[in-house]
Write a protein of this length. Structure first.
Length: 263
């Protein structure tokens, strides 16, 4: 693992992204729209009486945190890996004196820096205007940081093994679209998981998608008991191991059948 070369690749990718920052600002704003819509839906619905114990200011806090978590965990690179494989550009990745994984990670880190330069100020302005109610402890902040890091890794490697199916299929992106749809339904975007029907709650807390977004949000906002947080970390870690193993298996099997000219 050539970490020095990897860091140089990250800096180069960041400089490249900055040239198109206006496009990525628009892209980041588009990703903020669905959570903002449901923020206003649930704050309006909870004005007569709290819903599942959440008041309008608490719904505001939940969705503002969700906006940040969703932006930090979204793995935009996975949408380009399939094209890299199909078009033969993977050749240049394989010829570099470092793991090809660095190319995906470099784009991820660079993209996060550029997009958060837009998302953080907008979120602060929304917080000033909408006045969220959020009470946290240092323990919750630390646990949220751990959950957030694991959530990004889980979402990144889960999407990466799906994208690597492009070694066999020409439209692996359809599986990534399905993943995003499941995240929208089961990860707390359309509604906090506690508001879902009981059967969907059970499904959401078993499948990996909730642990990509909703879990770190609920850890920070204090919606989970200590036992639920501990159980959540165990399930999140288990799915992360599954995602990494699937990525390694699919990547190695795909390379054995990969062939391209040029690139």
């Amino acid at each position: 693992m050539n970490h020095r070369g990897g860091w140089a690749l990250i800096k180069r990718s960041w400089a490249s992204w900055l040239q198109y920052r206006s496009f990525f600002f628009v892209l980041a704003f588009g990703w903020m729209i669905p959570p903002l819509i449901y923020l206003f839906v649930w704050t309006t619905a909870s004005e007569p009486a709290p819903i599942a114990g959440l008041t309008p200011p608490q719904f505001v806090a939940y969705y503002l945190v969700l906006i940040l978590v969703n932006q930090l965990t979204f793995a935009q690179t996975n949408w380009t890996v399939g094209d890299v494989i199909r078009m033969g550009s993977l050749n240049s990745w394989l010829l570099k004196p470092m793991s090809p994984l660095y190319n995906a990670i470099a784009s991820e880190v660079a993209g996060k820096i550029v997009m958060m330069a837009f998302v953080v100020p907008v979120s602060i302005i929304l917080a000033i205007v909408l006045r969220p109610e959020l009470t946290t402890t240092p323990t919750q902040v630390v646990l949220c940081c751990v959950a957030l890091s694991s959530a990004w890794l889980l979402r990144f490697f889960w999407g990466l093994w799906l994208a690597c199916l492009a070694f066999w299929a020409t439209r692996a992106d359809a599986l990534l679209a399905l993943q995003d749809a499941l995240i929208f339904l089961l990860a707390g975007v359309v509604a906090p998981v506690a508001l879902l029907p009981s059967a969907m709650q059970t499904i959401a807390r078993v499948l990996p998608f909730y642990y990509m977004v909703g879990f770190p949000v609920e850890v920070l906002t204090g919606q989970l008991a200590s036992s639920e947080v501990a159980t959540g970390f165990v399930i999140q870690a288990a799915w992360l191991i599954v995602a990494v193993v699937l990525y390694r298996l699919v990547w190695r099997s795909g390379l054995k059948r990969y062939s391209a000219i040029g690139g």
